[in-house]
Design a binder for this molecule. Structure first.
Ligand SMILES: Nc1nc2c(ncn2[C@@H]2O[C@H](COP(=O)(O)OP(=O)(O)OP(=O)(O)O)[C@@H](O)[C@H]2O)c(=O)[nH]1
Ligand SMILES: [Mg+2]
Ligand SMILES: [Zn+2]
Length: 302
C-alpha cells in the first residue's frame, strides 16, 4: 500500500496478547501494534476500547488513537461495557453474596448495568438467592447449563451489547457462553477429579464477536481473596450504589446518617420490615466499614 494512502479505520480491541492488539474493524480483525505514544500519555489500551487504526498490510495495522471511554474496569482491564454479568453457582462452589454485592455496587458506581446469574440450578434450588436480587430490582437469571433453553432469555439481553462475564472459578461462566453461543466452542473445565481445585481454565480476557451483533468477554475466574478487584467506592457514595436503598435516602433522622447503626435510619427500618434484604444491608455495612479504613491518599491515587 502506498505510504500516502493509508486507510484509517475505527474498530474495537478484542484481544491482547504479548503487546499485539487485535482490533475488529469492518468485518476483519487486524493485528496491531500501539507504538510508544500511549505509554507516554499514561493510556493502556484495553479490550473493549474503540481505536482508530492505520492499516499497514493485509491484516496488520497501527493503533493511532484510543477514543474516549464510556467506562473502564481495572482488573481484568476492560472498557466500554454495557453489562457486567456476575455468575455464581447455587452450589459447588456455593455463592458468596458479600463478594457478589461488592461487585454489583462497583458496576453501579461505574455506570455499568449489573446482571446476576445463578447456574447449576439442576443441583440445588436458586430460589432464595433469586428472590433477594429480584426484590432489589436487579436483573437475575437462573440457569441449568444442561438445558439449552434455560439461557435463551439472557442471550436475548446480550445481543448488540458489550458484556463481560465474571465470577468465581468453576461456576460455569464458559459453559454458559457455550450454551448461549455454541459457535464459540470454548474450553471448559472437565468433570474429571484430576483437575486441581481452583485451577483456571480461562486464562486471559478475550472479546468474542457475536454473529447476532455485540461482544462478549469471558474472564478468568477469581478467588474470594481478590477483594479490591475492581475499585474502591467512597463511603459517602456507597449507599447510592445499592439500588434498593434509593427510595429511602434523604429520609433518615440524621442528615449524615451512615445507615449502619443509627436510630431513626430509614434504611434499617426497611431492613427490619423485610423490604430490603438483610444480606444486602450486611454487605453494605461491611463495605462501609472497609471504606472508612481507607486513607485519603489512597483515593487520590485513582
Ligand atoms: N450440574 C451442572 N454443572 C455445570 C453447570 N454449568 C457448568 N457446570 C460444570 O461446572 C464445571 C466448571 O464449568 P466452567 O464453565 O469451566 O467454569 P468457569 O466459570 O468458566 O471456570 P474458570 O474458567 O476456571 O473461571 C464444569 O465441569 C461444567 O461442566 C450447570 O448448570 N449444572
Ligand atoms: Mg472459564
Ligand atoms: Zn440511614
Amino acid at each position: 500500500m502506498p505510504e500516502n494512502n493509508k486507510a484509517a479505520l475505527q474498530g474495537t480491541i478484542v484481544k491482547l496478547i504479548g503487546g499485539i492488539y487485535f482490533v475488529d474493524a469492518s468485518e476483519s480483525v487486524y493485528e496491531c501494534t500501539a507504538r510508544g505514544v500511549f505509554r507516554k500519555k499514561g493510556i493502556t489500551p484495553s479490550c473493549g476500547d474503540k481505536a482508530l487504526i492505520e492499516v499497514t498490510g493485509e491484516n496488520t495495522a497501527v493503533i493511532t488513537e484510543i477514543c474516549e471511554r464510556k467506562n473502564e474496569i481495572v482488573r481484568p482491564p476492560m472498557a466500554n461495557l454495557d453489562n457486567l454479568v456476575f455468575v455464581s453457582s447455587t452450589c459447588e462452589p456455593a455463592p458468596n453474596l458479600t463478594l457478589l454485592d461488592k461487585f454489583i455496587a462497583v458496576a453501579e458506581y461505574k455506570g455499568i448495568n449489573p446482571i446476576v446469574v445463578f447456574t447449576k440450578t439442576d443441583l440445588s434450588s436458586p430460589q432464595e438467592y433469586c428472590e433477594i436480587y429480584e426484590k432489589c430490582g436487579i436483573e437475575v437469571y437462573c440457569i441449568d447449563n444442561s438445558d439449552e433453553k434455560s439461557c435463551l432469555a439472557l442471550k436475548e439481553r446480550l445481543v448488540g451489547k458489550i458484556s463481560a462475564f465474571t465470577g468465581n472459578t468453576g461456576v460455569g461462566k464458559t459453559s454458559l457462553l457455550n450454551n448461549m453461543f455454541p459457535d464459540l466452542n470454548l474450553k471448559t473445565q472437565h468433570i474429571s477429579r484430576k483437575l486441581g481445585r481452583g485451577k483456571h481454565t480461562t486464562r486471559h480476557v478475550e472479546f468474542y464477536t457475536l454473529s447476532e451483533g455485540g461482544y462478549i468477554a469471558d474472564t478468568p475466574g477469581f478467588s474470594s481473596f481478590d477483594t479490591n478487584r475492581y475499585d474502591i467506592i467512597f463511603k459517602d457514595e456507597l449507599a447510592g450504589c445499592f439500588k434498593e436503598f434509593s427510595q429511602y435516602l434523604g429520609k433518615c433522622r440524621f442528615v449524615n446518617c451512615s445507615h449502619t447503626k443509627e436510630i431513626g435510619c430509614e434504611i434499617i427500618k426497611h431492613v427490619e420490615s423485610g423490604d430490603i434484604p438483610r444480606s444486602r444491608h450486611e454487605s453494605y455495612v461491611e463495605m462501609y466499614k472497609a471504606a472508612c479504613g481507607i486513607n485519603e491518599w489512597e483515593y487520590k491515587k485513582k
